[in-house]
Design a protein around this ligand. Sequence first.
Ligand SMILES: [Zn+2]
Length: 247
Amino acid sequence: MTSSGSLKSAIFEREERKQQYQAHIRGLNAYDRHKKFVKDYVGFYGKTRTTHDVLVVKTDQDTLREGYRFIRSEEDDMDPSWEQRLVKRYYNKLFKEYCIADMSQYKSGKIGLRWRTENEVMSGKGQFICGNKQCNEKDDLASYEVNFSYFEAGENKQALVKLVACRRCAEKLVYKRQKEKEQLEKREKEKHKRKRERKRSDGSTDDESERSNGRRKKGQKASTSTKDDVKIDADENFEEFLEGMFP
Ligand SMILES: [Zn+2]
């Protein structure tokens, strides 16, 4: 066999393997896909940590340090396969896709946000488990886009990230705003009531148009915005392939 022939068959095999991998990945649900990617990541990149480590509380500083270490290790790649690079892209993206919330002061409207630790990324905390630090709910989750301000590499940065929350915790997210709205509505109603009573005692007729003023629809939970996560990556359309994999 000539060398160009064997090169061709190597390319063919590689392409075939890639397509099989893609088909397999597409057939999985989000959680199984996550487990597969994480398992492959550990297989390819030799993480010794297990994916089911007990979640430990870490400071934001620890989280940042882990993030930096991760980014640096990416530069060490020699000649990774398509699968390897895809898995790494997925894993890398996860760090800045979802966040963890401290909701202990939700009544005063303070929700603290931080990036996820490596263990949290791998176990799916904040993605398949409620993103409230104190909550381990796995059912009835929804993802909300939140504006996250953070400090990194000497700079203040802002990002639109996802916070996954169960129904109970989602209520905490909007608790203060909701309360304020209710209070405002209550005050408005009382104002109109007093006005009407005053008019009545003055002998004038009830004014219908004023009565309908106080009612308002309940507010929406989170604002939506366009994603700007398209990174320059001309080589293999990873972004396209990963599109929709981060619900
Ligand atoms: Zn929760």
